[in-house]
Design a binder for this molecule. Sequence first.
Ligand SMILES: [Zn+2]
Length: 426
Amino acid sequence: MSTDADNPPSNGASQAGHIRLTSHAGSAGALPVTWGAATPAERGPIVGTTASRAQRNVIGTHSGSYSVYRALAVAAGALSRDHRADLTNTAPTVTIGPHPQWSDPRAIVSLDPWGAMIAEAFASEITSGVDIRPTIAVTKAHVTVPEVSDAIAQGRLVPDGRILLASGAAVVTKVAIEPVWYLPGIADRFGCTDTELRRVLFEETGGMFPELVTRPDLEVFLPPIGGQTVYIFGRAADLAEPTVELTARVHDECNGSDVFGSDICTCRPYLTHAIEECIRGTQRGGAGVVAYSRKEGRALGEVTKFLVYNARKRQEGGDTADRYFARTECVAGVQDMRFQELMPDVLHWLGIRRIHRLVSMSNLKYDAITGSGIEVGERVNIPEELIPLDARVEIDAKMAAGYFTPGAVPDAQQLKQVKGRGWADD
Ligand SMILES: [Zn+2]
């Protein structure tokens, strides 16, 4: 194909007739990656640039699903393909790691532990012209949520001027993480072979990444999905200290509840309850962390989620807890696609070895965290008064399915009686 593969035209519109196939080996100049190596120099940088094919040592490209918008920006002539990020002053506001888990190739398989420090770790490679980009960014913020202000007004939280300001704002470190998948490690987590995983990923993305099946030498994949955001309360270094009380929640995205306050589930109330617990725990001398994963609607997507809402509300007998999971499975084919197997990676990246208070009732999350070697002390359920009326169906169905509760587990007869609002009740 094109002989100018390493020097693509900067404007996508002018490349008619030149298609750069990625499916052939021959990137002799690409730097090797040794996943789980103890130092960044031995591990090697993750290079997912689209500007210089010879440098690429991964499948896929940076920014997850936003890579498609980057393509549109190039197509529109708004972005030059050879733009290089100017990383001046972008360094993390606080150093995280390295932690022992970073050099265990089985502990972290879905993110690049060195992703926040590439500018220093690979300074010479960057100077020599390799287009290496951060996959993690660490910054700080003041976060204000109305529920925390309510907690202050009701005396449950008291501002201390350091962790919680008089304005009601909590002082946090926040971290954005893009997915970086080490395919042999991902296959291991899901109990399949690397070859099977690559083939299914290739087919289920409509053949989007031919290298999955043609380039077994490339072991790292930058998948076109959302990543994670981590909010840290207190000192980031304390998260790795098993003796410091750690309050933690791992939360899966729910736009309807988290942002818009939709009352069919407990997502936002549980999230804000976790923030309150994190603040209180940090004020006691501990630390807190909320890891927020972009896995909308149990990773089924919001269209499927809304279809399920309709199916639940319109079924004969109405929206009852005993049929909560069945309705999802009817529409999606599965009850849940979040697969918590990869979730603990972010906790290991933070160096966490013990969570004293896990603010979650999910048995799937608990099993994934403890199964990955992190100890969990107390499990903190959502207080009854925070459960919206229409979300009773969800929470009772989940408790009956194995979610943690300090109270009684509803039986089959009770589940039939737990009923949500009907579409005609608005
Ligand atoms: Zn929700």
